[in-house]
Design a protein around this ligand. Structure first.
Ligand code: G3H
Ligand code: ZN
Length: 287
């Protein structure tokens, strides 16, 4: 039902474009993401983090929600369903549930253990045709104590030799809103890694808020999947706030308090933001 994305992302790496990986948080997010993909006729990866899955009611509910929404919207573009930043147990759960892709995020483990666990996940996933993403180095967090750490070329080679389908690399990227004093992506390291693993789709986490020139340069060097979450949260927040500040939610005659009206500007803002990202990434339409 879901595409495992292997051909999609390999093609992206080979032909120097990227395909977006968008985090869902609820029904509105799911519909907005699928709508942008369908209207642009581009393949899409929808993903869920552990926190969002918990908020929504579990991994099974998320899978059913995405599948049923695809049906109800007659979605005809390929859709990959991915577990984002999963731990070992979550990855196994999502493999069993029929997600078409899982990210095992072992960045908190020692490299050897990260690699060993990644191998176990690969074995289980590949037996079912499911794609696996791993993380090397450390992707930074704008909140909390954890800073980023550059991924090494040796780790990239080892994880690719182990069979990962996509590789998320710490290259100075950060989750959440980028701080004003952010130093930018480390293109030298990205280039070294990309040369060492010339066919593997590389993943840019923390894709929200990176200037367009840097996004394009990263893609030209080997980034094939770009993860976007914060961008849509900000777009949703802004549109919803504007709606409320305009007093539209108080319009009793127009039933501005109805969630079907109240949540609409935010949902539309997500679709618009995603279309913009698709144009940055150069994702080609399917004929
Ligand atoms: O895995 C999710 C993404 O890396 C989200 O990054 O906070 O920049 O949207 P973001
Ligand atoms: Zn991430």
């Amino acid at each position: 039902y879901f595409d495992n994305g292997n051909q999609i992302f390999k093609d992206a790496r080979k032909n120097h474009y990227a395909v977006g990986a968008y985090n869902t948080n609820n029904l509105e997010w799911t519909r907005s993401i699928l709508r942008a993909a369908q209207e642009t006729r581009t393949p899409v990866l929808i993903q869920v983090s552990t926190g969002a899955a918990k908020y929504m009611g579990g991994y099974k509910l998320v899978k059913d929600l995405v599948a049923d929404t695809m049906d109800s919207m007659n979605i005809s573009v390929p859709v990959v369903l991915n577990l984002d930043h999963g731990d070992y147990e979550s990855a196994i759960e999502c493999i069993k549930l029929g997600y078409s892709s899982v990210m095992f995020d072992g960045h908190k483990l020692e490299t050897e253990e990260n690699l060993a666990k990644t191998k176990e996940i690969i074995k289980l996933a590949h037996a079912r045709g499911i794609s696996v993403e791993a993380e090397i180095g450390k992707i930074g967090e704008n909140q909390g104590a954890e800073g980023g750490e550059l991924a090494s070329v040796e780790d990239a080679k080892a994880f690719v030799a182990a069979g990962v389908d996509k590789l998320a690399c710490g290259i100075g990227n950060i989750h959440g809103v980028y701080p004003a004093d952010w130093k930018g992506l480390n293109f030298d390291r990205l280039k070294e890694i990309a040369e060492a693993v010339p066919e593997t789709p590389l993943v840019l986490h923390g894709g929200s808020g990176i200037p367009r020139e840097q996004v394009e340069k990263a893609i030209s060097l080997g980034i094939a999947k770009i993860n976007i979450n914060t961008e849509f949260q900000l777009a949703f927040q802004k549109a919803t706030r504007d709606y409320i500040l305009a007093g539209k939610d108080e319009d009793k005659n127009a039933k501005g308090y109805d969630p079907r009206k109240l949540l609409l500007p935010g949902a539309e803002a997500i679709t618009d933001a995603m279309k913009e990202m698709i144009s940055w990434m150069g994702t080609p339409s399917i004929d």
